[in-house]
Write a protein that binds this ligand. Structure first.
Ligand SMILES: [Zn+2]
Length: 354
């Protein structure tokens, strides 16, 4: 079988006389057509004309002073370095290295979803570099990953920080029904759609301690994705990044048709709606009933984490949903429910200590 050589995408963009570059190494296992599409997407990014200045939110979330191709390329370059296809996942060669010292600043609490996505899920993209860094931090080992690049020797990537930027792409990224323009595969709008996904994923390469990787939160009751792990409980996470970028694309796209712009607006709103602006919590209290319920919930959550069958998991999850509902009703009756606005988190990444 013909093996593609490792390719390093080096794109030059000239902006105000300076040059930016997004260097991404693609696994040799990526399909030809997909490789071509990714290269095109990066070219679209380097040539996209931002005629209007970015909104204040966009500049703030991205930590940039003005919206230029160069700034966005540098942003992406710092966070996405390797791309591997989903098909490589089952033969993923994880290297468990030596003991390593990680910062003593805590780890994220991964929210347990109440539901599983309906139907057969399709993978679009996932930041596995950050997932491996997190795993390494928990086991206090230096993790690495072997990536097939066939021609060169750089196939072992050691994961020193969430910024390692190993991104896995799935069929969903290129699936026609998930594109902005389903009639014209090559449209610029389709590249813009994939770019917003890539920038979303890139944000998972940020953060430290309790918000390492900007992990998603479970969407609240009443939300379109209620019970699913598909929201952010902060104002500047992956969904905000994706939404901000899409908004700027919509504002500035000269080539986009009316139909494409309509779909882009839906993508923008979908991302925006996944940002939970505030969270209901229970104020400090000495209410015995509330304390008892909280103990019950904590206990059930432990039982859930130990459940071995799917049937068991479904049963316990339903019980948990019911208990949480009771707790909320009780707290509300006692006037103890308070609304806490979601924070803007410090995106600075962490790394292993040498
Ligand atoms: Zn995400």
């Amino acid at each position: 079988m013909f093996k593609k050589a490792l390719i390093s995408i080096g794109l030059l963009a000239f902006s105000l006389g300076t040059q930016a570059e997004v260097k991404i190494t693609l696994s040799s296992k990526i399909k030809n057509a997909h490789e071509k599409a990714i290269k095109k997407d990066l070219k679209v990014l380097s040539e996209f004309k931002f005629s209007e200045e970015g909104s204040e939110d966009t500049l703030y979330y991205f930590g940039i002073e003005s919206l230029t191709n160069q700034d966005l390329e540098e942003w992406l370059d710092a966070r996405v370095n390797w791309i591997i296809p989903e098909t490589e996942m089952d033969k993923l060669k994880i290297v468990e290295g030596e003991a390593a010292t990680y910062p003593d600043n805590g780890v994220p609490v991964v929210e347990t979803p109440d539901l599983k996505p309906q139907g057969k899920g399709v993978v679009v993209m996932s930041n596995i570099g950050t997932a491996l860094y997190f795993a390494g931090k928990q086991s206090k080992k230096h993790m690495g990953l072997k990536i097939k690049t066939s021609m060169f020797n750089r196939d072992k990537v050691m994961i020193d920080s969430p910024r390692t930027g190993i991104i896995m792409i799935g069929e969903g990224l290129f699936m026609r029904r998930l594109q902005i323009n389903r009639q014209n595969d090559d449209s610029v709008a389709n590249s813009l759609g994939r770019l917003q996904t890539m920038f979303h994923e890139a944000r998972h390469s940020d953060g430290h301690g309790k918000h390492l990787g900007f992990f998603h939160a479970v969407c609240p009751e009443g939300h379109d994705y209620a019970g699913l792990n598909a929201c952010d409980r902060n104002m500047n996470g992956p969904y905000s990044i994706g939404a901000s970028l899409m908004k700027e694309f919509i504002k500035n796209c000269e080539e986009c048709t009316e139909g494409e712009t309509e779909v882009m607006k839906l993508v923008w709103i979908d991302s925006l709606n996944r940002v939970i602006k505030d969270t209901e919590t229970i104020a400090e209290n000495t209410n015995v009933e509330i304390k008892a319920l909280e103990v019950d919930i904590a206990l059930k959550e432990t039982v859930l984490s130990l459940a071995s069958t799917e049937a068991e998991r479904i049963k316990i999850t339903a019980e948990l949903v019911e208990l949480k509902k009771q707790l909320k009703e009780l707290a509300s009756k006692e006037g103890l429910l308070q609304v806490v606005p979601s924070p803007i988190l410090d995106p600075a990444p962490e790394s292993i200590i040498r």
